[in-house]
Design a protein around this ligand. Structure first.
Ligand code: IFM
Length: 466
């Protein structure tokens, strides 16, 4: 529990605890570019984005924000912002291109340079090992539905930790395994684009197993001082009404959206209702003795990614669906109110509710908001300024919700804004901009949006001006 006084002082500022971490977040495939350089092999996202019709406008991450060649410039931006931490991901196919076997020195050198420069800038490196870029060779061997992938991931985690363990402050095993499993293998809107509900469930289990094996590998390699964590995009759920049928819709999505990860990782078990709900699809015999104990290797914190809440009711939803059969019982309800350019509802109470739920269910696990932010239609005006008042309002409301959760007893240790830079937004390509730094992709020119100036002021003040 945080012991510091987080109540508003002097009537002007919502102050956060003194050691609160202020960060920005990115992911390798979304910003690095240099897709074919220095021995990097294709990942499932290279294959997917180069497949016609999969990504809007045929966009790919080949060049992205060219961060691979602009690390120093991007770290200088972070210094100007005053962030204490930077959350980035390591591209598995840059470090171990085939997903097995020897590492590529040049690939590792990139992350050595990045972490060294961060340290020199007094910014804590927070490294995610897997933000969706599975080496294509491992997908060809079966991908995440194949148990072997979990062991390959643990080997890669150990190699990365050996090479970078003296520099990385926090290791995150997986980012949003729900997306890897259910968007990648269920609805197929993400790489590798497969559409099998059973494969999605198998993938989810193997991701949990991979996480636990990787925690073990990391703990065996990195100094005690390093933190080990996992980041989940937990669904903040609401029922359309209090009717038993609508509440049951919430239960179903909670099982296949949240507890499918929370229960194995924090309790070493599978949710009984999930096993029942999916009985027509699988008997879960791919879960072997000891797997759930492995998945439950203790972590030092839980990363929470939050963008918007989800409202559900009894009913049914169209296929293909990521929900492993739950879509036959659940309808997703569109609620009135403001929305971002992703068409996601803006509702900061969902973040507050999620953090309080975790406080109640996992009282001993420190929380970190590892992603929060919004896409809007921003552009550089003729004077070169990029004004994004809607994003500022979104961020203000969500940080106030985090503050309220801290006041209400949630042990939230930090906040990472998604994202530092405009970047490759997966199947939306470059059509959606989440950055607080505008990137003019043809010239790669970076410009602070008004939200960047606003965030720098929040960090300098240690809180929100009221
Ligand atoms: O861009 C993504 C990120 O890669 C994972 N979390 C959600 C973000 C916005 O969609």
């Amino acid at each position: 529990m945080t012991t510091l006084d987080a109540r508003p002082r002097a009537g002007t500022t919502l102050r956060f605890p003194d050691h609160f971490r202020w960060g920005t977040a990115t992911a390798a495939y979304q910003i690095e570019g240099a897709a074919g350089e220095d021995g990097r092999a294709p990942s499932i996202w290279d294959t997917f984005s180069h497949t016609p019709g999969k990504v809007r406008n045929g966009d790919t991450g080949d060049i992205a924000a060219d961060h691979y060649h602009r690390v120093s410039e991007d770290i200088a931006l972070m210094r100007e912002l005053g962030v204490t931490d930077y959350r980035f991901s390591i591209a598995w196919p840059r470090v171990q291109p085939a997903g097995r076997g020897p590492v590529v020195q040049k690939g590792l050198d990139f992350y050595r340079r990045l972490t060294d420069e961060l340290r020199r800038a007094d910014i804590r490196p927070v490294a995610t090992l897997y933000h969706w870029d599975l080496p294509q060779e491992l997908e060809d061997a079966g991908g995440w539905p194949n148990r072997e992938t979990a062991y390959r991931f643990a080997e890669y985690a150990g190699l990365a930790a050996e090479a970078l363990g003296d520099r990385v402050a926090t290791w995150t095993t997986l980012n949003e395994p729900w997306c890897s499993a259910f968007l990648g293998y269920g609805s197929g809107v993400h790489a590798p684009g497969r559409t099998s509900a059973v494969d999605a469930l198998r993938a989810a289990h193997h991701l949990n197993l991979a996480h636990g094996l990787a925690v073990r590998a990391l703990r065996g390699t990195v100094p005690d001082a390093a933190e080990v964590s996992l980041t989940l995009n937990l669904h903040s759920l609401r029922a359309r009404s209090e009717s038993p049928r609508d509440l049951d819709a919430v239960r179903r999505i909670d099982a296949v959206g949240n507890r499918i990860f929370l229960d194995p990782v924090f309790r070493g078990r599978l949710p009984d209702d999930l096993v029942r709900d999916t009985a027509a699809l699988t008997d879960w015999s791919f879960v072997r003795d000891g797997d759930l104990r492995t998945a439950a290797a203790p972590v030092d914190s839980l990363g929470v990614n939050y963008y918007s809440p989800t409202t559900v009711a009894a009913g049914s939803s169209p296929a293909p669906s990521p929900w492993a059969g739950a879509e036959r019982h659940v309808r997703f309800v569109s609620v009135p109110g403001p929305r971002t350019a992703m068409d996601w509802p803006v509702d900061a109470d969902g973040l507050h509710g999620l953090l309080l739920r975790l406080r109640k269910e996992l009282p001993d696990v420190p929380l970190v908001v590892t992603e929060n932010g919004a896409a809007y239609e921003d552009y550089a005006d003729p004077s070169g300024q990029v004004r994004d008042p809607e994003r500022v309002a979104y961020l203000h409301a969500h940080l106030a919700a985090v503050h309220r959760a801290v006041e209400d007893g949630a042990d939230v240790r930090g906040y990472f804004l998604w994202s530092l830079l405009d970047n490759f937004e997966w199947s939306y390509g470059y059509s959606k901009r989440f950055g607080i730094v505008h990137v003019d992709f043809p010239t790669q020119r970076r410009t602070f949006k008004s939200s960047a100036h606003w965030y720098a002021a929040v960090i300098a003040r240690g809180g929100l001006a009221l």
